[in-house]
Design a protein around this ligand. Structure first.
Ligand SMILES: *[C@@H]1O[C@H](CO)[C@@H](O)[C@H](O)[C@H]1NC(C)=O
Ligand SMILES: *[C@@H]1O[C@H](CO)[C@@H](O)[C@H](O)[C@H]1NC(C)=O
Ligand SMILES: [Zn+2]
Length: 379
């Protein structure tokens, strides 16, 4: 009797091991996870925090988009052979994207020169992109707007400004950008502004310029709070992160950053900051750029990105993770996450790792909607 129980439990253990491996690798089971992931993304909008498609519109089409059909860019040059072209309507639909922050980015060379004019042009091209594709996109400026567009089957389209140099140290410009629909501003790009330090200053040998945020920088945070504009801490120095977290009365976002503990690039978020973001109820939207995922010259994989999500979940919590892939902004994207059609594959991987459908709903959009709604409430 006793022996047969032992034999039975050994068999059960063996079966357990077998079935977990089965779960991981069997194609039919994988297909089921994918189906389950797609089901989640039908219920909850997948909100991606960062796509640089507008930057490629400037580079490849000089923002002349009236005659540009963006349904399928896999056959049209120079998009087709560009390693930085990951977005078109077909693939957005395949990837079940529910809402997208389109980024009005201009590079640091424009600081103190034509940053303002070029930023307005990028905001303009986003407006025109949405207007030119009304059956796909809907311009939205609120958390409610994202939900409404999603319920109509439209991709809610929002504007984020990447880099504080874009406001030319003017709160008046910041306010006008809000009026033109801008709903987040990344405090810096790869250069310090006169009021905020960027992440590269944390590299070995880097010297702070503002020691985080200057007193004007803190005023910018307060004005963003007052407007109800999201504060984006991707690209800023560790001290700027701390100063902003201390100053802001609203939760903050990282629109496209991953975990520093897994890849020590200063564009990623260190564990102590992950904990502070969670305390403030914010969200870290995970970046897919190979260089930030593995810190290696060989391409990262979908599994590597999932490792970052596992880590952020462990340190900050499942309520503080989102997605900010950085498509079209970078050239090297992970194997298995080659373009905007691949989000369901990442969610299927998370299911295989034991994440629940409720976890996935949070990561896809509910966490971000909470942060956005909270920011609006402060405004
Ligand atoms: C990351 O780690 C590598 C290897 O230890 C080191 O050379 C590099 O300086 C580190 N980067 C930073 C930003 O500390
Ligand atoms: C949005 O924020 C308001 C004010 O804090 C709160 O009452 C409401 O429940 C929130 N809604 C959602 C959907 O989180
Ligand atoms: Zn960026």
């Amino acid at each position: 009797m006793k022996l047969s129980l032992i034999v039975l439990s050994l068999l059960l253990v063996a079966e357990g091991i077998h079935s977990s491996r089965y779960r991981r690798f069997d194609p039919a089971t994988k297909e089921n996870y994918l189906k389950q992931a797609k089901g989640v993304l039908e219920r909850v909008p997948l909100i991606d925090g960062h796509n640089d498609f507008p930057w490629t519109l400037r580079n490849y089409a000089q923002n002349q988009i009236a005659a540009l059909d963006i349904t399928d860019l896999t056959k049209l040059e120079p998009w087709a052979s560009s390693s930085s072209s990951h977005t078109d309507i077909n693939r957005l639909r395949q990837g079940q994207v529910g809402a997208q922050f389109w980024v009005a980015y201009v590079d640091c060379k424009t600081q103190y020169k034509d940053a303002l004019a070029k930023t307005w042009e990028q905001i303009d091209v986003i407006h025109r992109l949405v207007k030119a594709n009304p059956s796909t996109f809907e311009f939205v400026t609120s958390s409610k707007g994202i939900e409404d567009a999603f319920s109509r089957g439209k991709i809610g389209s929002l504007v984020g400004v990447e880099g504080g140099h874009s406001i030319d140290s003017s709160l008046g410009i910041l306010r006008m950008m809000y009026d033109m629909g801008v709903r987040y501003m990344t405090l810096t790009h790869a250069c310090p502004t006169p009021w905020a330090d960027n992440s590269q200053l944390d590299n070995p040998g880097g010297v702070p310029v503002n020691d985080g945020l200057s007193s004007f920088g803190k005023l910018v945070i307060k004005e963003m709070n007052r407007l109800g504009m999201l504060i984006d801490l991707s690209h800023v120095s560790r001290k700027t992160m701390r100063d902003a977290l201390e100053t802001s009365t609203a939760p903050v976002i990282f629109s496209h950053s991953s975990a520093y503990a897994l890849c020590n690039n200063t564009r990623n978020v260190p564990d102590d900051i992950l904990k502070l973001v969670a305390q403030k109820g914010g969200v870290v939207m995970v970046n897919f750029y190979s260089d930030f995922v593995t810190c290696s010259i060989s391409p990262a994989t979908l599994q590597d990105v999932a490792n970052h999500m596992d880590h952020i979940r462990k340190v900050a919590g499942v309520d503080n993770i989102g997605i900010g892939a950085d498509y079209n902004g970078v050239s090297r994207v992970p194997e298995g996450l080659g373009d905007v059609s691949k989000y369901p594959d990442l969610f299927a991987e998370l299911l295989a790792r034991g994440w629940t459908e409720s976890d996935l709903e949070k990561v896809a959009g509910l966490n971000f909607l909470r942060v956005f709604n909270g920011t609006e409430a402060v405004g």
